[in-house]
Design a protein around this ligand. Structure first.
Ligand SMILES: Cc1cc2nc3c(=O)[nH]c(=O)nc-3n(C[C@H](O)[C@H](O)[C@H](O)COP(=O)(O)OP(=O)(O)OC[C@H]3O[C@@H](n4cnc5c(N)ncnc54)[C@H](O)[C@@H]3O)c2cc1C
Length: 358
């Protein structure tokens, strides 16, 4: 393992923002982490995966470790399930494609999410009605202060909406090296995902265009790829970090106030992690609900708008991009302007899903 000095990270984050880190190392095996921890101040260590959920706001005075631990191993198999162990540095979409080719179900709706398998566990990624928590078994992680390896069960990881214990109580304290997922051989497909107004996406609508019932795991995987390719920027062509803000939690009173201003304002209960058809949702059962942050931004006419080098994506108001010339500072200021306008109009403060570094 080699430690490089003054390393440029522009090619290692999907926002393509320039940022020089004081030290940089590639982690190909767990022992690289131990070697690195002995050579640097562990307090300044930042673990970088695919860089698809980070915003480098400036240079980084510390050490960036780039997770590249690979490997996919079948470690347990029963009549109904398999447990697969995956290196934290494996590319998530490549792994989903492999799993779908084996006809194992549980992550096919999460095709084409950029990034690594390790970060997928940190972020509790989700898409089109599926969440990694639903197939999560456990992770191995190295404690930064001691170098000891610990296994965390699903319960111990405290996976919630776009977060886990590795983003809260244990932020910066553990580096995930292996992730284990339990996938299903007799899988129940989930095609209920339904999103109104911002993009009118529906998995069933897409499936009808090219597949025939009974749908297969591969059909759902392909439907997700079709929708995402149409709707989202390809990070290889447009700098982006995906959805910038989390969906905000508001009280029922606030929801009713906003509904009086907006048609078809979708919402979902806190315990539910994603949208479904609103039919059957009983408002009286809820004290707080989640709203689509993108809808609030869209309502203010931000979609497609540009300020300086930065822009809101034409097809999705929660996704921001730039023309390749923005600095991290400018991009961050752009997101803050949008956040302020949402607060001024609706009284709702948005929180960033993206990790701001530097
Ligand atoms: C176009 C686009 C679409 C997206 N769509 C979705 C979507 O549908 N659903 C969704 O949930 N997300 C989505 N995202 C967000 C992003 O893909 C996920 O959050 C992804 O899991 C980030 O992975 P990464 O490897 O790039 O993480 P990075 O951005 O490199 O890191 C994210 C965080 O995880 C930490 N981290 C990374 N690896 C480790 C490790 N091994 N151990 C400990 N900490 C670690 C980092 O320190 C950082 O805090 C999208 C992003 C883009 C650009």
């Amino acid at each position: 393992m080699k430690i490089r000095k003054d390393y440029q990270l522009q090619g290692l984050n999907t926002l393509r923002l320039p940022s020089v880190t004081s030290r940089f190392a590639t982690i190909s095996q767990p022992s690289d982490i131990l070697e690195l921890l002995n050579a640097i101040d562990p307090e300044t260590l930042f673990m970088l995966g695919g860089g698809s959920n980070v915003l480098f706001a400036g240079d980084y005075e510390g050490t960036v470790a780039h997770m590249r631990i690979k490997g996919i191993d079948l470690i347990e198999e029963t009549d109904s399930d398999v447990i697969v162990q995956v290196g934290a540095g494996e590319d998530w979409h490549t792994f989903v494609t492999y799993v779908v080719s084996k006809n194992w179900g549980g992550i096919e709706n999460m095709a084409l999410i950029p990034g690594t398998v390790g970060a997928a566990a940190v972020q509790n990624i989700a898409a089109y009605g599926q969440n990694i928590v639903d197939v999560f078994d456990s992770v191995d992680a190295i404690e930064v202060s001691t170098g000891l390896i610990k296994t965390f069960t699903r319960q111990e990881c405290e996976l919630e909406y776009r977060t886990s214990i590795f983003k809260t109580t244990l932020k910066g304290k553990y580096l995930i090296t292996q992730v284990r997922l339990r996938l299903h051989k007799n899988h129940q497909l989930n095609t209920d995902y339904f999103m109104m107004h911002v993009s009118y996406d529906s998995l069933q609508g897409e499936l009808k265009t090219f597949a025939q019932k009974p749908y297969t795991i591969h059909d759902v995987y392909q439907a997700v790829i079709n929708i995402r390719t149409r709707k989202l920027p390809d990070p290889d062509k447009f700098p982006t970090c995906g959805s910038f803000f989390l969906n905000p939690v508001v009280s029922i009173t606030k929801l009713e106030e906003l509904q009086s201003k907006m048609n078809e304002l979708q919402f979902y209960p806190l315990e539910q992690l994603s949208y479904s058809s609103p039919a059957g949702l009983d408002l009286k059962q809820q004290e707080y609900v989640k709203l689509p942050a993108g809808r609030l931004i869209d309502e203010l006419g931000w979609r497609g708008k540009t300020i300086g080098n930065c822009k809101v994506w034409d097809k999705h108001a929660l996704i921001f991009t730039h023309n390749g010339k923005a600095t991290g500072k400018e991009f961050l200021a752009f997101t803050q302007t949008i956040n302020r306008s949402v607060f001024e109009e609706f009284g709702v403060k948005l929180e960033s899903e993206v990790v701001v570094v530097g």
